[in-house]
Write a protein that binds this ligand. Structure first.
Ligand code: BES
Ligand code: ZN
Length: 465
């Protein structure tokens, strides 16, 4: 039996234990955006350090001004073959908040495997897909290599982040301070989806993001809407106008200069996307929708992969409790994110948004802004030997050609590996569109986990050749 086949067999034999380890990690409530869970983020980081240590990595928790990073090395001195390529693997152990909690069918941090309505075995829990289940596919592949053959097939550095879901505030300073330590041949990022349940995928671009909160303030306190209504400015109305004016009737974003740096998709790439056979009726139908609401004149795939957006993610103001209260609130606020493509500059978009708000502020109103971070869009180089090797390894596992796709989501690290460490990344993930990431009842298909682990075992072997 070849070494790789023995490793794959080991993965099968050890799968029960692998799943138990994943469950342990899923029980940790590592919500990064809510400071109340900072202790849990630290516990998750420590848990990973201990696991990687046991695997023969030199692992440590690196505290930052936010949540800690985990860095682990496995190099020639640790048993990696001399002259083998050096890969940097990235995943994030932090998760999104769980609200609305009442919509979860089982508690978010009590993971279990169950059979869903379609007869699939799935792993339930917040973070099962985004991104703990995914990062554990790589850890378990390393474990199988180590236990079966005594060593990993190539040099591996691992970086696990704990702030990916909250704008990665510590990432730039951390990468800059640890440039030498993290400089490797290229990066592997496991935080994306497959094309469909049968078809593995490598994502060749990600949208960027500008995250901004705006608070509109007027009167010095909440007011009776009979006593003051009419003369008093209402911050919710002002906010409504600001938000309403962000799009025209064709779905275009109206901010000044917003489309600077946005290019049309080249015909060749468009043809490649057309060949994927995307079913927009199924895509929208899966979430109870039927009509694309994006920019007129663009296909649904273009709307989510190659066009920028402005979205309101949350809006707060006035009385929202039971019953009714006639109030004019002193303030109202909104959390707004812009998905960016091409060469759009996240900070220029932020300034354009602030200008858009300031231009619509009536007398007596003021606006306060909170910068929640940003990252540019990124396109990856597809003419790399590593991509070809990974593609072949994925085909061996899934018995289907690997689709080259784009991702509408954002993973800030992608661009930073390029700009700070000067290395390219391969984005390979095993999640699915229906995993309900960021929503109640998040799940990860058991097959994503098992075949994902096997895929990494194969990819490591292929890269080492
Ligand atoms: N794993 C996602 C990115 C993603 C989304 C990949 C959809 C594939 C499909 C990632 O963890 C994520 O959600 N990122 C945030 C980043 C933000 C908070 C800076 C996002 O895209 O909203
Ligand atoms: Zn993620």
């Amino acid at each position: 039996m070849s070494k790789l086949n023995a490793v794959l067999a080991h993965i099968e034999t050890d799968m029960g234990a692998s799943l138990n380890r994943l469950m342990e990690l899923l029980r940790i409530e590592s919500i990064s955006t809510d400071p109340e869970y900072a202790g849990q983020c630290r516990i998750a980081a420590d848990w990973l350090v201990e696991e990687l240590d046991k695997l023969g990595f030199r692992a440590s928790r690196r505290d930052t001004t936010g949540h800690p990073m985990v860095v682990a090395h496995y190099d020639v001195g640790d048993g990696a073959p001399e002259g083998s390529p050096h890969v940097l693997f990235y995943g994030h152990y932090d998760v999104q908040p769980v609200d609305p909690l009442d919509l979860w069918k089982k508690p978010p941090f009590e993971p279990e495997i169950y059979e869903d309505a379609q007869g699939r075995k799935v792993i339930h829990g917040r973070g099962s897909s985004d991104d703990k289940g995914q990062l554990m596919t790589f850890v378990e592949a390393c474990r199988a290599w180590k236990q079966q053959t005594g060593h990993l097939p190539c040099r591996v550095t691992i970086l696990f982040e704990g702030e990916e879901e909250s704008g990665s505030p510590s990432l730039v300073p951390f990468l800059e301070a640890h440039k030498d330590e993290l400089s490797t041949d290229f990066a592997l990022i496991c935080d994306t989806t497959m094309w469909d349940e049968q078809t593995p995928a490598i994502s060749t671009s990600l949208r960027g993001m500008t995250e901004e909160e705006v608070i509109i303030k007027a009167a010095s306190r909440d007011l009776h809407s009979g006593f003051y209504g009419g003369p008093a400015a209402n911050p919710i109305r002002v906010l409504g106008k600001i938000i309403g004016d962000m799009h025209d009737d064709e779905g275009k974003v109206t901010l000044e200069g917003f489309y600077e740096g946005v290019a049309e998709v080249p015909d060749e790439l468009k043809a490649q996307w057309d060949d994927l056979g995307f079913d927009q009726v199924k895509f929208l139908g899966g979430v109870g929708l039927a009509y694309p609401a994006g920019e007129v004149g663009y296909s649904v795939l273009e709307q989510k992969w190659s066009r920028p957006t402005a979205e309101v993610n949350g809006i707060i103001g006035g009385y929202t409790g039971e019953g009714f209260k006639t109030v004019i609130p002193a303030q109202a606020s909104a959390k707004i994110s812009f998905r960016l493509v091409g060469k759009q500059d996240p900070e220029k978009v932020r300034s354009a948004f602030r200008a858009h708000v300031n231009a619509r502020l009536p007398k007596d109103c003021e606006a306060e802004f909170i910068n929640h971070g940003g990252s540019p869009a990124i396109e990856f180089n597809i003419d790399k030997p590593e991509l070809k090797k990974a593609t072949a390894a994925l085909k061996d596992e899934w018995q289907k050609d690997t689709a080259l796709i784009a991702m509408g989501g954002s993973i800030p690290i992608g661009g930073l590996f390029q700009s700070i460490l000067d290395i390219d990344s391969l984005l390979i993930g095993f999640a699915h569109a229906d995993d309900q990431i960021h929503s109640p009842n998040e799940k990860y298909n058991l097959e994503s986990f098992t075949k994902g682990t096997r895929s990494w075992a194969r990819i490591l072997a292929a890269l080492a050749e």
